[in-house]
Design a binder for this molecule. Sequence first.
Ligand code: GLC
Length: 818
Amino acid sequence: MPDLEKKEEFAVDILGEESLDNIHHVNNPVLDVPAIEKNYLSQVRSYSKEGNAYVFTDGKAKVEVRIFSDEIIRVRLAPQGTFLDDFSYAVKTDLHLHPTSFSLEELEDAYLVKTAATTCRIQKDNFFISFGDTKGKTINRDHAPMHWEESPDFGGYYVYCTKEAQSDEAFFGLGDKSTNLNLRGRRFSNWNSDTYGFGFNQDPLYKTIPFYIGVTDSDAYGIFFDNTFKTFFDFAAEQNNQTSFWSEGGELQYYYIQGPLMMDVIKRYHELTGTHYMPPLWAIGYHQCRWSYYPEANVREVAEQFRKRSIPCDAIYLDIDYMDGYRCFTWNKRYFPDPKKMIADLAADGFKTVVMIDPGIKVDEDYWVFQEGKENKYFCRRGDDYFMEGYVWPGRCQFPDYTNPKVREWWGTLYEGLVEDGVAGVWNDMNEPAVFGRGTFPDDVRHHFDGIRGSHRKAHNVYGMQMVRSTYDGLKKLQKNKRPFTITRAAYAGTQRYSSVWTGDNIATWEHLRIGLLQLQRLSMSGLSFCGTDIGGFTGEPDGELYTRWMQFGVFSPFMRVHSAGDTRDREPWSFGPEWEAICKKFIELRYKLLPYIYTIFWRQHKYREPILRPISLLEQHKPKNLLREEEFGFGDQILVSPVINPGQTSKVVYLPEGSWYYYFGEKFFEGGQEHLIDTPLDEMPVFVKGGSVIPEYPVMQYTFEKNIDALKLNIYYGEGTHDSYVYIDHGETFAYEQSVYNEKHFIVECQNNVLSVRQHIEGLYNERFDTYKLYFFGLPAESKSVHVDGDTVAWSYDEEGTPYISVEKEFRKLIID
Ligand code: GLC
């Protein structure tokens, strides 16, 4: 038994559950790597071509170099010459990737596999593999040939890849790691773990995203190590000039993704693993959660308070206490005598109801879910055929094997009753999977793994992903093709195709607000753009200031939900007194004003594979200093945010990228490409809009689609040069956008010599719900007075506050102000 497990068992026996945290802190499991004798690839003896791949061999071991596109090349190692099944939960099954061309060139000392953009070099005498551009520049190269170690306990191999780290190279990615954005100098492991109250630098956490980006100021590349076993990454930690990744099993199989920009790498990673589908519009509104709101009267009271205080809110969550003895898919009828009626009443008032579903199914012969699972052999079994049993909320439980397609299908149907009751969304938790006392399943638990079979060592990291996949598929069918809303705690690469994510059980401290800021930027760069933290902190008690500053950050978190543990004080936006309530209300209202902008950046994510949150390094990688900036981020393309993450802070230094910027809460103008000291009064935060942008705005509503919108407000910001903006609109509910039932407006703003012109192109088949635009202008030169729209002169109007705007037909083609 590994040391860590022994310590855990001992600690739980003697000291109780809480002691586990300390152990995880002190014993970073990545340091417990066994000393082992390794086998290395020797020299290339021959090669063969197989479709889009070349297979090289040293006589016994084989290496496949497969070309997916001009910029994506996959490398696989078969130590004994036989490759494992080519199967992945992460990579899309409907990949449409093709290289424009590729060829193999043999040199005296190497083979060159060339595409239109990338060269992969395989050195003959030592099997070193390197990647570069087509002009001969090397971007990433092996420091040692790929190597492996036989695993006597389990069969198979521990597999290793060691690459050179350049002296100025920074590293990004890996999902939810609670550390600085640049990963250089650190080691990580991936083993999905229930980490209640995790700390800064604690590792591993809930998710496994074995994808990283290496970047110098001029070149970025990505490595996606698609291996579901426990994996490890060392970013120049042990040796300053080396980066390694390795796994405790499975195949050494990685995708090299060429840049040169980080943005290119992320988009191409999305080509492989998919993007998030368009969420229903309500899912990006404000959500209120609590462990737990019950009984029914309490839920109704919270909902009423929102409406009474005119604080917008779209969803209310029911945590585990809505169930009967924590049995999934049941209701506690004492607390919720008529759930259908309650949910309908909430819906009539604009609230969607989201419920929690965990994987642990109570061992109870009288419980239909247990009966069905047992009858059909849907529950996981140990190596010697006993059921995998463990304690979670309901007591003794068995656990569905979601890696079995039949089980996924079944699980999806179980939501029928909840959907009939009117439940709108589902929250999957504890799916690392978490088991009280022992952490997770033992290694010998067997899994179907979609017919390939494997032990828990192989299936652990995809368990949660496959659970939420079946939830997503089930809801999609049951909700008649409406876009499902799901949220999951555990994830593997590619989970974005099925769900949003949150960062788990954080703490109500200023440090955790900062950790959340880092985690969400990192998740967004790692494919999981639809992400959020428990606003206010799950455990512990925030004061009004921390809660409010976190709410401000929440407005710019793709998923915006307040959540807290059961033993904490109230956490509704009004819980900290009128002063804080007013600020929270102002900021939740801001979320609703920005909804069309936020919806558009979700669209850009879905369709154009752009991450929603963009660290400064991603926006301007050509400035080395930017590779270390981590407090401000792009929220989409046109808004830059720098949340206040310290108590009592009255000002903050903010770096603004090149271009011109407008402070959102006043018309103050700032030059980009430099740092500025920005005042941070409690009721404001550093939010900037890029000059040249068109930012759509909705009127404040108490929930999405509360009212029809007659005129869409567009805020247009003067900025020298030519700029593109997009506004995406659809009916917010079904997948009709896949058949082009949407409206994508492309605005091209040109500003020169005090003249501003806006051109518009419209694409898609959707007819929006408003007739006109109201155009507001910011930063217009004082001289600009006359307005021409499609050749006609148009006059200024004035709104209730006396602010001038121009009212125009929504189909206008060209507007000029001079
Ligand atoms: C876990 C979840 C938390 C939830 C609790 C009870 O700790 O992370 O969000 O409230 O379980 O279900």
